[in-house]
Ligand binder design. Structure first.
Ligand code: SF4
Length: 148
């Protein structure tokens, strides 16, 4: 997983990102609304995209266009990433966590008001950054199961 400063640096506006990805701005917005990615937002709320974001979105596009995954299917796959293991949540955290107790939505799609994710920035979280990289999810889950 190549994470370096340049790769992660938010630099492209939404229209530049749409051009580079050869998709429309409304499509990008629709992906965002469906939690397929979390954009970097400046204080002005303007969205900026990094190379890493573009790689992530390209992989999502391939899943949708070539493999015929639906957006719901991608969300379901994201919801299966065992964030509770990665974050080492307590039983108490789990019982209060909407992500742990539901099905079909990525953990970062919820407002976490009463558990250890409350103050986290999901875009920077290991679950989002390292484990939801399209195409590498299974490798990540294998790593977790090998470590227990
Ligand atoms: S911080 Fe966000 S991405 Fe990380 S486990 Fe919590 S909800 Fe998920």
């Amino acid at each position: 997983m190549h994470h370096n400063k340049i790769y992660d640096q938010p630099r492209y506006t939404i229209s530049q990102a749409a051009d580079l990805l050869k998709i429309s701005i409304p499509t990008l917005r629709m992906y965002e609304k469906n939690f397929l990615f979390i954009p970097y937002q400046k204080e002005s709320r303007q969205r900026l995209f990094s190379e890493g974001d573009l790689t992530r979105i390209r992989c999502i596009r391939t899943a949708i266009n070539t493999k015929k995954f639906s957006i719901e299917a991608i969300k379901l796959i994201y919801s299966l990433i065992p964030c509770w293991d990665l974050k080492n949540c307590s039983a108490e955290d789990r019982s209060a966590c909407p992500a742990y107790n539901s099905h079909g939505f990525p953990c970062w799609s919820f407002k976490h008001e009463d558990n250890l994710c409350e103050l986290e920035n999901c875009r920077e979280c290991v679950v989002y950054k390292e484990y939801s990289d399209c195409g590498k999810i299974k490798t990540g889950i294998q790593k977790i199961s090998e470590s227990v």
